[in-house]
Design a protein around this ligand. Structure first.
Ligand code: IPM
Ligand code: MG
Length: 357
């Protein structure tokens, strides 16, 4: 029996999470597990209901669960809120309070989707990258921060700080992941300019000494942004700081055809959080258009990492693959001669394959 705190959040969050829960129901039925869902509020939904983006109750529920599934937070309705009352604060609060310093974002292309990428087939065919993003440090959390007024104009400040221990633990996560893959780590920084990056490079190199089998390389972030488009197949595991990882993981996502495909896991604390990489997409919310695959693939990561249910995880992943092979596509990945379906139908196809295979 597993307890999952479910935070649907805003925009398409409701739809994609709702469908991912159906997939968990299918897994429960097939393998005789029991998943208990505890619904909790965060983001704009929480602001509307109780006036804060991350209620204490939600955090308590997460801490008392075996895993957390999150949809997305944010939307135009709350864009003009003061910084501490923005929906995105919920996400940062969850990451920080649950100690989720390691964000794992795999970008693997499904062969059925080769033509959905905006890049040439020969460039993206075989792409299989994991971005390991530091998630609880860096400029997202550094102080001092804020806006002040000086000499008649506004001045805004953010601070980028990293400690050796913060870098060491994320580097270890990356090397451990690489050991189970192609044993290649590319550490991305801006060590030609930033002190934090210089410390990053020294620390990652030192951790690398313990992983002799892993080939470690270093790359400046601007070059990495370019190399991801030029020749993405050179990468296996990319490890980088919070903001570089935010940007590069969106870029890596597009290699796979759509950001609607990408799952993520945030690990490091007692309870892990799983969420699609995409946002709340308010423009298509409530229209049965969103691609539920990223959230369903996040559930597969939950089965694997939090519950150690390897076979169940593979089952979900192979069902996703089969549905794509069978030609079903949500609008974001549709190409000529494919079968267009909505959020609900896509998830139903995946569930029925899980129950049949
Ligand atoms: C992400 C998102 C978040 C981030 C936002 C919504 C706070 O872009 O998870 O990548 O910047 O980390
Ligand atoms: Mg992002």
């Amino acid at each position: 029996m597993y307890t999952i705190t479910v935070i649907s959040g805003d925009g398409i969050g409701q739809e994609v999470v709702g469908r991912a829960l159906k997939v968990l129901d299918a897994v429960a039925k097939k393998y005789h597990h029991q998943f208990t869902f505890k619904h909790a509020l965060a983001g704009g939904a929480a602001l509307d209901a109780v006036g804060v983006p991350l209620p204490e109750e939600t955090l308590d529920s997460c801490r008392a669960s075996d895993a957390v599934l999150l949809g997305a937070v944010g939307g135009p309705k709350w864009d003009n809120n003061p910084p501490h009352l923005k929906p995105e604060q919920a996400l940062l609060g969850l990451r920080k309070n649950l100690g989720l310093y390691a964000n794992i974002r795999p970008a693997k292309i499904y062969s059925a989707l080769l033509d959905a990428s905006t890049l040439k087939r020969e460039v993206v065919e075989g792409v299989d990258i994991v971005v390991v993003r530091e998630l609880t440090g860096g400029i997202y959390f550094g102080t001092p921060r804020g806006v002040e007024s000086k000499n008649g104009e506004a001045i805004a400040t953010n601070t980028l700080t990293y400690s050796e221990s913060e870098i060491k633990r994320i580097a270890e996560s990356a090397f451990e992941i690489a050991m189970k893959r192609k044993k290649k780590v590319c550490s991305v920084d801006k060590a030609n300019i930033l002190e934090t990056s210089q410390l990053w490079r020294i620390t990652v190199t030192a951790v690398g000494q313990k992983y002799r089998e892993v080939e470690l390389s270093h790359m400046y972030v601007d070059n990495c942004a370019m190399q991801l488009i030029r020749n993405p197949k050179q990468f296996d595991v990319i490890v980088t700081e919070n903001m570089f990882g935010d940007i590069l993981s969106d870029e890596a996502a597009m290699l796979t055809g759509s950001i609607g495909m990408l799952a993520s896991a945030s690990l490091g604390g007692k309870v892990a959080l799983y969420e699609p990489v995409h946002g709340s997409a308010p423009d298509i919310a409530g229209q049965n258009k969103a691609n539920p695959i990223a959230t369903i693939a996040s559930v597969a990561m939950m089965l694997r990492f939090s519950f150690n249910l390897q076979k169940e995880a593979e089952d979900v992943e192979s069902a996703i693959q089969k549905v794509l092979d069978n030609g079903y596509r949500t609008p974001d990945i549709a190409t000529a001669n494919t079968i267009r379906v909505g959020t609900k139908e896509m998830a139903e196809q995946i569930c029925s394959i899980i129950l049949r295979q």
